[in-house]
Design a protein around this ligand. Structure first.
Ligand code: ADP
Ligand code: ADP
Length: 230
C-alpha cells in the first residue's frame, strides 16, 4: 500500500480558478517524488492539500491508508514535515531555539529538546558549536534552508513535503544542498514529495517525477530513467 494516495483530487478556488483537476497520484513508502512544471500549474496547491493547508474541492487523500479529512489537522501535521522556500525562521531567536520549537511544542523537556536540536543540526551539517547561538540573519541563505530542514525533521515525521526548498539559493549552493539532502534521505528513508519548477532538480532527485501540465493535470508520472528514455 502506498504511503500517500490521491484519488480524483481537484481544487477550484473561490474565484473559479481550477488549480488542480482530477489528480490521481501515489507515493510509495520511502519514495522521493518530485512534482515539476511551470509556475501556476498547481504544484503548491497539491502539496498544501496533503497537509490540509488547503481543502480539496473533490476527491480523497489518504496517508498511510487514512483519509486526511478524518484526522485532526494538528495531529496530521505532526506526522508531516513541511519545508518551504521562505523558511520563516523566528528572527529574534537563536538557531537552536528555532529548531527546539517543535519538540517543545510536543511537550519535551527543555534539556531533551536542546539535545534533539543539536542532533538535528549535526544531521543537516550545521555544527552546533558554531551555529547554535547564532541568529538567522547571521546565516547564509543555504544555511538557513538547512535549519528549515532540521526543524521539519524535529518530530521525526514519516512524510516530508518540500516546496521549492532550494529555490532561494544560488546554483552552486543549490546543487550542494540537493546532494546533501539525497544523502540524508538515503539514511532516513522518509516519504518525500518535493515541488520544483526545475526539471533538472526533479530528474536529479526524484525516484519518480510527476510532470504537471497547465490546470493541474498530470502529463507524465515516471522514473527519471523512463522519462529520459534510458
Ligand atoms: P504552482 O505551485 O505550480 O506555481 P499553484 O498551486 O500555486 O501553482 O497555483 C495554481 C493556480 O491556482 C494558479 O493559476 C494560481 O494563480 C491559482 N491560485 C493559487 N492560489 C490561489 C488562491 N488562493 N485563489 C485563487 N487562485 C489561486
Ligand atoms: P552565501 O554565499 O551563501 O550568501 P554569506 O556570504 O551570506 O553566504 O555567508 C558566508 C558565511 O559567513 C556563512 O558561513 C555565514 O554563516 C557567515 N555569516 C554571514 N553573515 C554573518 C554574520 N552577520 N555574522 C556571522 N557570520 C556570518
Amino acid at each position: 500500500e502506498p504511503m500517500i494516495r490521491l484519488r480524483g483530487v481537484g481544487k477550484t478556488y473561490a474565484d473559479g480558478t481550477v488549480a488542480v483537476h482530477e489528480l490521481d497520484l501515489e507515493v510509495g513508502r520511502g519514495e522521493l517524488v518530485c512534482l515539476v512544471g511551470p509556475s501556476g500549474c498547481g504544484k503548491s496547491t497539491t502539496l498544501k492539500m496533503i497537509n490540509r493547508l488547503i481543502e480539496p474541492t473533490t476527491g480523497t487523500i489518504e496517508i498511510d491508508g487514512r483519509d486526511v479529512t478524518a484526522q485532526d489537522p494538528v495531529e496530521l501535521r505532526r506526522g508531516i514535515g513541511y519545508v518551504i522556500q521562505q523558511v520563516g525562521l523566528f528572527p529574534h531567536q537563536k538557531i537552536v531555539t528555532n529548531v527546539m520549537t517543535v519538540p517543545l511544542l510536543y511537550g519535551e523537556s527543555r534539556a531533551k529538546a536542546r539535545a534533539r536540536a543539536h542532533e538535528l543540526m549535526d544531521l543537516v551539517g550545521l555544527d552546533p558549536a558554531t551555529y547554535a547561538d547564532r541568529y538567522p540573519h547571521q546565516l547564509s541563505g543555504g544555511e538557513q534552508q538547512r535549519v528549515g530542514v532540521a526543524r521539519a525533521l524535529a518530530a521525526d515525521p514519516p512524510v516530508l513535503l518540500m516546496d521549492e526548498p532550494f529555490g532561494a539559493v544560488d546554483p552552486v549552493v543549490r546543487v550542494r544542498l540537493q546532494d546533501e539532502f539525497l544523502r540524508l534521505q538515503h539514511e532516513l528513508g522518509k516519504t518525500v514529495v518535493l515541488v520544483t519548477h526545475d526539471i533538472d532538480e526533479a530528474v536529479r532527485m526524484g525516484d519518480r517525477v510527476a510532470i504537471f501540465a497547465g490546470g493541474g493535470r498530470l502529463a507524465q508520472y515516471a522514473s527519471p530513467a523512463d522519462l529520459l528514455g534510458r
